[in-house]
Design a protein. Structure first.
Length: 234
């Protein structure tokens, strides 16, 4: 896994993600959920809370941009880590600064090897998952602040996702209709989105259960041969 780690006020760094711990007392206790990442200096592992300590909103600190867990050991939903780390004791080892130098250097080395693409194209089902289910949160609470058309592509700027904005470029036989989210006439805020492929096109539609039949008047939708995006942390 790989993530953008927000520092606030638009400042951030990126890091590979090495673990996850849910120590909340109930399903709504988000302030006791942690991601294991490197610090900004890339010199130590930290247990990073998923929310800022004084946060009054569900605005995540850690924005997952690559959800690949192929090298993870997932014993349960509340305690997970990459397979070479001691999942059961890792959280305490980090808190007490007693993790072995060998394991720390392995984490630092793997992070250095990772090549982060800040402008990924949506080409596979995993790409859809990374965008929609992880970093964009199904575009919940988003609204479109800018649409720009050129001869070759359509640019759309989404504001209001939890913790970030996202800009999207559609190209190749582009068609769309965003009139149903026109803020001068209607509620501009998205509920939940669906991104999917059909007959060589990629679709983005403002409805969690949308299908190709919903790409019509009365819905907010985008269709193109190609789609790429860029995450802008708050």
């Amino acid at each position: 896994m790989y993530a953008i780690v927000r520092e606030g006020n638009g400042q951030y760094y990126t890091s590979m993600v090495f673990g996850y711990y849910d120590m909340g007392s109930n399903s709504n206790d988000y302030k006791h959920i942690y991601w294991v990442v490197l610090n900004k200096e890339k010199t130590a592992l930290i247990n990073q809370t998923t929310l800022f300590p004084d946060s009054k909103t569900l605005s995540p600190v850690v924005l997952i941009v690559d959800s690949d867990e192929s090298n993870w050991r997932i014993d349960n939903d509340r305690m997970q880590s990459v397979e070479f780390l001691p999942t059961e004791t890792l959280f305490d080892l980090i808190e007490n600064n007693t993790i072995s130098e060998e394991l720390l250097q392995l984490c630092i080395s793997l992070d250095k090897e990772y090549v982060y693409n800040p402008y990924p194209e949506v080409l596979s089902e995993k790409d859809i998952k990374d965008l929609e289910e992880w970093v964009a949160g199904r575009f919940h609470d988003a609204h479109i602040s800018k649409i720009e058309e050129t001869e070759n592509e359509l640019y759309v700027y989404f504001e209001g996702m939890w913790g970030c904005d996202i800009e999207v470029w559609f190209s190749g036989e582009v068609s769309y209709d965003a009139s149903s989210r026109n803020p001068e006439e209607f509620d501009p805020y998205w509920g939940d989105s669906t991104v999917f492929f059909h007959d060589g096109f990629v679709y983005l539609i403002d409805d969690e259960y949308a299908t190709v039949e919903n790409a019509k008047d009365g819905w907010c939708w985008f269709k193109a041969r190609h789609m790429k995006y860029h995450v802008i942390p708050e």
